[in-house]
Design a protein around this ligand. Structure first.
Ligand SMILES: [Zn+2]
Length: 297
């Protein structure tokens, strides 16, 4: 039995995992008060939950997915929660006496989705896969010959920070024109909300319903979004020549609007170095569980 933990900007997802399946799942949302002493809150929750579950299960190891860059268990930078240089592995191993692995959340999700794909079709065991987690930003991972590629000194594979427009919009990373400023689902939703005067707190099904009823008024926003995603994805196809591109994150809820159009644009615009008649673009299937399951891999 393993524990998978997905540390997000606004909550912690926590799961008991057996053979890559979720046996039990818990969640904790951070309050504003929590954020003033976030490291203590995170450690208290994880230590408490693990000790409670140890009574019931034989826990071999713990995996933690974090939305930031990690080196040897040290979170170098986790901008959303304002955490810098925090060695979560060392700190929790001393309190829990279990091996702890820490990795970037998009890479964890990439591993989980890849494993799910291989389970359904074993012939893809050595496939090349590019995974994009399209949410508030864009993260991702690359599987090459069945193995996750990793950077050396730093994480690498910062797919969202590939520049697609010179002197473009400023990004929180300090650069300009990053892919995530054009392709994240957050940016898309913000543009639509502004155009249609939708309050910020409208989400999920109600937001999709409004979007579906106002397609004509936002046609230009949709077309630009499709073009920007097609550009970023085709850059990755040109570099990695993957067998499959998988799109996950919050984008999955909007994929019905965009998937076929993105494929169409990639194939029919002069974007690919090696032109193709078709390619395998899939929507991630594990949803919010991908980070938790992937953290144990
Ligand atoms: Zn950036």
């Amino acid at each position: 039995m393993k524990i998978g933990i997905d540390l997000g900007g606004s909550h912690i997802g926590f799961g008991v995992i057996e053979d890559e399946r979720m046996i039990e799942k818990y969640e904790k949302d951070f309050t504003d008060e929590d954020k003033s002493h976030i490291i203590e809150v995170i450690e208290e929750y994880i230590v408490g939950k693990v000790k409670e579950l140890e009574e019931k299960y034989n826990i071999e190891s713990i995996g933690i997915a974090v939305p930031g860059s990690v080196k040897d268990g040290n979170i170098l930078k986790m901008v959303n929660l304002g955490i810098y240089n925090y060695n979560i592995k060392q700190s929790l191993e001393s309190k829990l006496n279990k091996p702890i692995n820490v990795r970037n959340d998009a890479k964890c999700a990439c591993l989980a989705e890849f494993s799910d794909i291989v389970k359904k079709d074993g012939s893809l065991n050595n496939a090349n896969i590019v995974f994009l987690s399209i949410g508030t930003g864009i993260g991702g991972g690359v599987i090459y010959n069945g193995k996750l590629l990793e950077g050396h000194n730093f994480e690498g594979y910062e797919i969202g920070h590939m520049v697609i427009k010179e002197s473009g919009l400023p990004c929180k990373c300090g650069k300009y024109g990053c892919f995530e400023r054009y392709g994240s689902i957050l940016e898309y939703k913000n543009k639509v909300k502004q155009r249609l005067n939708i309050p910020q707190d409208v989400h999920g099904d109600s937001l999709r319903e409004i979007i579906d009823n106002h397609k004509q008024e936002i046609l230009d926003i949709n077309n630009t979004y499709i073009s920007d995603l097609a550009l970023g994805i085709s850059n990755l196809i040109n570099i990695f020549e993957p067998d499959i591109v998988v799109l996950g994150g919050g984008f999955a809820h909007f994929s019905y609007m965009f998937k076929d159009k993105i494929i169409n644009q990639i194939i029919n615009s002069p974007l690919l170095f090696n032109r193709r008649e078709s390619f395998d673009l899939r929507i991630a299937e594990l949803g919010n569980d991908a980070g938790i399951i992937g953290a144990t891999l």
